[in-house]
Ligand binder design. Structure first.
Ligand SMILES: C[S@@+](CC[C@H](N)C(=O)[O-])C[C@H]1O[C@@H](n2cnc3c(N)ncnc32)[C@H](O)[C@@H]1O
Length: 371
């Protein structure tokens, strides 16, 4: 594959978030964006794949699709996999691993499929196989069609490379960014998270407003591919010094440890001066001075029997505070429980589809400006 050849790039997300990711990808002007199950596809070259890793806030992973062929049995896979142009993509000195999945296909043993592909790569270019390699070849065999992709991201993209501290139930940065977008947040208004935990929403919102690219600091698997060009990447990453936004971002939590974590995380992300974190319980919360913006919050969901009464009281107190003191603000609330969302008494619009958040189905509820 030459540097300028176009291919399909797949940006993966959690089911339920595809439409929000599609919006973001289109806004970033990627070519031929299409919403598909589990993500969004675009057309582009390697530079576009790097840019997707650098700029897209909502994707979990960026894959480059490098080949596809029909295959009906393992011997055929072994033979066909040898004809993939591995040397255009993989380096002989860099370890790799293979992850295969099989669905409704004659080949059903994913372990054996991975092994055939790994052997083909090793035979062709001599690269060493390693279970903990940063470079992963993904083979999806579905209806006897084998699609070969190379994972360009490596570690999942919610790991921006800044967070040192997390509390018990942190929201992933990727999901937080998409929920902010779904609330109509574009970086031009203040944001308040009154149950901020490790500060994810507040820090994402501040970064968006400051024009800081989510992948500006971290390492990516594509840096270990044959297609990588360090000087082009350095140039792409060298962002012009972003102007400080005119708006400010606020997090509070009743837990002192959460506030400490949020401050440390904001400092690492370079947005300490744009954020204020304060230990406050929801009933003592008052809006910041200045024009209204967005309140975004994911209160505890509770998973133990006996939590119900306590949580109802908490959601009622949250609703009471927002309805009586946050006139003019919009609210985005993420919870796994529709009855608890209703307990707030907030005027939510009909919600979108539920989203899988670490095994729990959560829904974003949004209001217009509160009266
Ligand atoms: C699900 S976590 C939020 C996680 C956060 N979005 C993050 O990404 O780290 C819920 C948070 O609500 C806080 N909390 C619970 N009751 C509260 C109350 N009455 N007032 C303020 N914060 C509260 C907890 O301390 C916890 O940090």
């Amino acid at each position: 594959m030459t540097a300028d050849k176009h291919f399909e790039i797949f940006l993966a997300t959690a089911p339920g978030l595809e439409a929000m990711l599609y919006d973001e990808v289109r806004a970033l002007r990627f070519r031929a964006a299409k919403q598909v199950a589990g993500g969004v596809t675009v057309n582009g070259n390697w530079r576009d794949a790097w840019r997707a890793n650098l700029e897209v806030r909502g994707a979990n992973k960026v894959l480059a699709r490098i080949d596809a062929f029909r295959v009906f049995h393992l011997d055929e896979l072994a033979k066909r996999a040898r004809r993939v142009r591995w040397s255009n993509v993989l380096r002989p000195d860099m370890p790799f691993r293979v992850e295969a999945t099989c669905r409704t296909s004659k080949i059903y043993h994913s372990g054996a499929a991975s092994q055939r592909i790994a052997d083909a790569i090793h035979d062709r270019i001599g690269a060493p196989f390693s279970d903990d390699a940063a470079v992963t070849i993904m083979a999806r065999i579905e209806n006897d069609l084998c699609t070969i992709s190379v994972d360009n991201s490596g570690e999942l993209l919610h790991k921006r490379g800044f967070k040192v501290a997390v509390n018990k139930a942190p929201m992933r940065e990727t999901m937080a960014a998409l929920f902010l977008r779904a609330c109509g947040y574009s970086g031009a208004e203040p944001v308040v998270d009154p149950m901020c935990g490790s500060g994810t929403f507040v820090i994402e919102a501040a970064e968006i407003a400051a024009g800081l690219k989510p992948g500006r600091e971290r390492a990516f698997a594509f840096e270990q591919l044959a297609t990588f060009d360090q000087s082009t990447w350095d140039e792409m990453r060298r962002a012009p010094a972003p102007a400080d936004p005119a708006v400010h971002f606020y997090g509070s939590d009743r837990d002192a440890g959460a506030i400490e974590m949020s401050r440390a995380n904001a400092a690492r992300a370079g947005v300490a001066h744009l954020t204020t974190f304060q230990q406050t319980t929801i009933s003592d919360l008052v809006p910041p001075e200045g024009s209204p913006g967005l309140v975004i919050v994911n209160p505890p969901y509770g998973d133990r029997i006996g939590d119900k009464k306590r949580l109802e009281a908490l959601y009622r107190a949250l609703g009471q505070t927002l309805r009586t003191r946050f006139s003019g603000w919009r609210v985005g609330l993420i919870t796994s429980s529709a009855p608890l969302a209703r307990t707030t008494g907030l005027p939510f619009k009909p919600p979108g589809p539920p989203v899988n958040n670490g095994g729990l189905r959560v829904t974003l509820y949004v209001t217009d400006r509160l009266p």
